[in-house]
Design a protein around this ligand. Structure first.
Ligand code: DNO
Length: 397
């Protein structure tokens, strides 16, 4: 498995030198400054690649995360022809520069969503957290979505309503900021009215319609990806459930099966995100990884601890609900299979997804979820597991 590290380019407080010292060999990044829907041109891609591949650092640009999908494509309206053509062109341009693994998601409006960016962990570090109570309160009161009362655990709804009835304006602002923190790209953030408008645009788009729109995207784009040997890998929804009254369609084993079979191609694959999938009470991440192993082109490894009301908190990489050694064993077995069959991509790039903010991390003011020391800890733990599995045979002991 190839160790990689997400880097936000010029928006990142962590330098390539620092990343190189973590021992990671691959970079995961994007042209974050380009607005969604526009073409990534060859010059811009080459320039970024050159910067990453400075010889002294031993790094390669391994994965694009993300080549974002314009909201119009998700909604199935607007200048779709141009948007599809731009997306295809960006893929061709990336391939011409040798960057051939592309991660993307199909979540309407928001990307990953948390209610708390600084939930305390033992010893004073912090973790990202999704509280069903706070999310319910946000939707019911701050977005005036009465229906949300029926979409969350009843106890979480009561707890959330109690909390918000006493919350100060500042606390409500912090909740909004936390919920917005997952939006990548140009780091566009909505205020309440903008968010309401963005959601309203999806009126009448149910799960079936969203799948149709996604299916169209796959049909428009995957043949080009296949032609230029790009591996497209969809990132699961985070959290893997409907939120804000918007459908989410990459949340479960059944959803992934739909995606991979809708347009069956060696270029249509999956980003196995153990943390996103692991937050779904009915998802068995190890089983999902086994079933779709051949289609895993990229992995995000992290862990969550779920609670009964639908809340969850990001745990250290080796604690939480997913058995990480088992999951890694599945990925390593898949790599052995690929090597034996000669069918690539042989190595699965993985990155320590989110980490706790630890020690001096908070001084650096990095992106929520993406601190240096917390992720270095995660990477080191994952590296240890991989090394152990690769080097100890059952009959050695
Ligand atoms: C969160 C990330 C996501 C991911 C996108 C992929 O930390 O895993 O933001 O990059 O959903 O498109």
């Amino acid at each position: 498995m190839k160790e990689t590290w997400r880097w936000y380019g010029k928006f990142d407080k962590i330098s390539l030198q620092e990343i190189s010292q973590t021992g990671a060999k691959g970079i995961v990044t994007a042209l974050h400054e380009i607005p969604y829907g526009e073409i990534w041109n060859v010059d811009q891609i080459s320039l970024l690649k050159e910067r990453i591949q400075t010889p002294r650092l031993g790094l390669t640009w391994e994965v694009v995360e993300s080549l974002p999908i314009h909201e119009d494509i998700k909604m199935g309206e607007g200048h779709l022809k141009e948007l599809f053509s731009n997306y295809r062109q960006s893929l061709e341009n990336l391939a011409s520069v040798g960057v051939t693994t592309v991660c993307y998601n199909f979540m309407p409006v928001l990307d990953w969503t948390r209610t708390h960016l600084k939930a305390e962990v033992l010893g004073g570090g912090t973790a990202l957290r999704f509280s069903a109570a706070h999310m319910a309160a946000f939707e019911i009161v701050m977005l005036s979505r009465e229906e949300a009362k029926n979409e969350y655990d009843p106890e979480a709804v009561n707890k959330g309503l109690r909390w918000i009835s006493q919350a100060s304006e500042e606390e409500k602002d912090i909740l909004l900021i936390s919920i917005m923190a997952g939006l990548p790209g140009k780091f566009k953030r909505y205020n309440i009215d903008e968010l309401k408008n963005a959601i309203a645009l999806y009126d009448g788009i149910n799960k079936e319609q969203l799948r149709k729109n996604y299916g169209r995207f796959l049909n428009e784009v995957i043949p080009t990806a296949e032609k230029c040997n790009i591996k497209m890998c969809v990132h699961p929804d985070d959290p893997p459930r409907d939120i804000l009254g918007l459908p989410r369609i990459v949340s479960s084993e059944e959803d992934i099966d739909w995606v991979l079979n809708h347009h069956s191609s060696k270029s249509n694959g999956l980003t196995l995100c153990s943390g996103s999938l692991g937050a779904g009470p009915s998802n068995d991440v190890v089983k999902i990884a086994k079933r779709f192993a051949e289609k895993i082109f990229f992995a995000h490894l992290r862990n969550v601890r779920k609670e009964n009301d639908g809340s969850f908190e990001e745990a250290a990489h080796l604690s939480g609900d997913t058995n990480m050694p088992k999951l890694i064993s599945v990925l390593l077995a898949e790599e052995r299979r690929r090597i034996a069959s000669g069918l690539g991509p042989l190595e699965i790039p993985f990155r320590p997804d989110h980490g706790h903010e630890l020690l001096s991390d908070s001084e650096k003011k990095t992106h929520p979820g993406y601190p240096l020391i917390g992720r270095l800890r995660g990477l080191a733990e994952l590296r240890g597991i991989i090394h152990a599995i690769n080097n100890v045979q059952q009959n050695d002991v």
